[in-house]
Design a protein around this ligand. Structure first.
Ligand SMILES: Cc1cc2nc3c(=O)[nH]c(=O)nc-3n(C[C@H](O)[C@H](O)[C@H](O)COP(=O)(O)OP(=O)(O)OC[C@H]3O[C@@H](n4cnc5c(N)ncnc54)[C@H](O)[C@@H]3O)c2cc1C
Length: 434
């Protein structure tokens, strides 16, 4: 956001509470391993590509090889490949003949506009129930740790709803987009995700690290920002304010200035999520791990919501004779799993990996846990009020550049940040704050 303001010649100050930039985009290099504590992969979009080019990061890009695009789903304790083309769909044993017939009928289902339709209802309307269980639910929970019975399809997955609106059918839309090569590959950076925020920070002229904003007031049309830095407190005055924070943290700052908005922000759900990296000797893992990873439907009642086969995607994350898997624990339905103490949680993950991947080792070579107490905002009915109010408050010069408004993926956040910077630049006021 600040980067785009700067490029457009808008004066700004960016206050960051931490001593490093990046927020959720955090890479940890430890004991010769590279651990992504937040995002593992990004999907390229137009704005992200342009940003990477401007920052001269093309040589740092680390794309996934096509053979590693295959995804698996756990069904009755065994892994099954998720069909990726019509042929693999027809021979797939995840679905009965009747289910396959019903899925193919999706193309004939007329499009419909249903108010507040949940992801679960959307899939049931278009495909039937079983597909929801084994494809959509893990897809959603894998990404958001979310509950498809609560998430609104037009907010949480506008791209899915968009296929129905634009092509009349999700399947037809996917086929057309594949033909036009619209689907982009996932990628990371050779040295990890932190590469991107760090490269942006290196360009910023008004970044203030270790500056925690404590309070925001509005007096005579100006925003007064109270900041704590190095034991001191500073007050600065601005015309425009950009909140680039998780909803619950933003809520505290504007409690007295915008109590209605603050209450709406407090209502946004952020289930906790633990990210566990586990390393084994390759020789002790029976499964070939050729693919992206496996997602676990809730019906399987497994401890984790799935694992990414990190060392299959990116060779340099562990030693060549080892494999690394990144597992996710918690989310909307299994938040309680994150309450276990660290040892018990790590042991549960290890035992599940042993059972699923035919691992002989009694203990992993290495394990690392990172807990996100408020991982990702849920785009359910509770988020609607905050979105409505955010639109109205733009008239006051208050803008939002955060994942609870833009969409949770990093490319969504980048696209929105660019759009907001342009919006601010076309206003008469000149000073802003992110
Ligand atoms: C476990 C996990 C896995 C994910 N996987 C993916 C993925 O694979 N692909 C993908 O595209 N996305 C993924 N995401 C989502 C993506 O990382 C986030 O949506 C995005 O990075 C959020 O950016 P943000 O700027 O909205 O918020 P944040 O990253 O939370 O940044 C907010 C910043 O505000 C600062 N701050 C907070 N309070 C104050 C204050 N009072 N004063 C000053 N500064 C303050 C914080 O220190 C922080 O730096 C994942 C997220 C998580 C948690």
């Amino acid at each position: 956001m600040a980067y785009y303001l700067q490029r457009q010649g808008v004066a700004y100050d960016l206050f960051e509470a931490g001593s490093e930039v990046g927020g959720n985009m955090r890479t940890l290099h430890k004991n010769g391993y590279t651990f992504e504590l937040g995002p593992n992969t990004l999907q390229m979009n137009e704005e992200l590509l342009q940003l990477i080019t401007e920052l001269k990061l093309e040589t740092e890009l680390q794309p996934l090889t096509p053979r590693n695009n295959k995804r698996y789903v756990l069904h009755q304790g065994k892994l099954h490949a998720v069909p990726s083309c019509p042929k693999s769909f027809l021979v797939n044993d995840l679905f009965s003949k009747e289910d396959k017939y019903r899925i193919l009928q999706e193309r004939k289902q007329p499009p419909a506009e249903v108010e507040n339709e949940t992801v679960s209802d959307f899939f049931e309307r278009r495909f039937g129930v079983k597909q929801m269980d084994y494809l959509a639910a893990p897809l959603i929970s894998g990404l958001y740790g979310g509950d498809p019975r609560q998430l609104l399809v037009n907010k949480a997955h506008p791209e899915l709803k968009g296929l129905e609106t634009e092509y009349g059918s999700v399947l037809e839309g996917m086929v057309q987009k594949k033909k036009r090569g619209v689907f982009q590959r996932a990628f990371s950076f050779r040295n990890g995700m932190s590469t991107l925020p760090q490269a942006i920070a290196d360009k910023l002229i008004s970044l203030h690290l270790d500056h925690k904003v404590e309070f925001i007031t509005r007096i005579k049309g100006k925003y007064i920002i109270s900041c704590a830095a190095n034991g001191d407190h500073d007050n600065e005055e601005y015309d425009i304010l950009v909140l680039a924070l998780p909803a619950h943290q933003a809520a505290e700052l504007i409690e007295f200035t915008y109590p209605g908005m603050s209450a709406a922000l407090q209502n946004i759900n952020y289930p906790p999520m633990a990210v566990v990296h586990t390393v084994y000797n390759r020789a002790e893992v029976g499964h070939p791990l050729k693919g992206f990873g496996a997602l676990h439907p809730w019906e399987e009642q497994s401890f984790t919501s799935g694992s990414i086969w990190t060392s299959s995607l990116f060779e340099n994350r562990c030693r060549p004779h080892e494999v690394m898997m990144t597992s996710y624990v918690g989310g909307a339905r299994f938040a309680g799993h994150t309450q276990l103490d660290e040892r018990a949680l790590l042991e549960q993950v290890h035992q599940e990996l042993r059972d699923t991947y035919q691992i002989k080792a009694l203990a992993p070579v290495y394990q690392h846990l990172h807990l996100w107490p408020h991982a990702l905002p849920q785009f359910d009915l509770y988020i609607e009020d905050a979105h409505h109010m955010a639109e109205v408050l733009e008239q006051d010069g208050l803008f939002i550049s955060a994942n609870w408004y833009a969409g949770v993926s990093v490319p969504d956040c980048v696209s929105e940040a660019k759009a907001i910077a342009t919006k601010i630049n076309t206003r008469p006021s000149s000073r802003s704050i992110a």
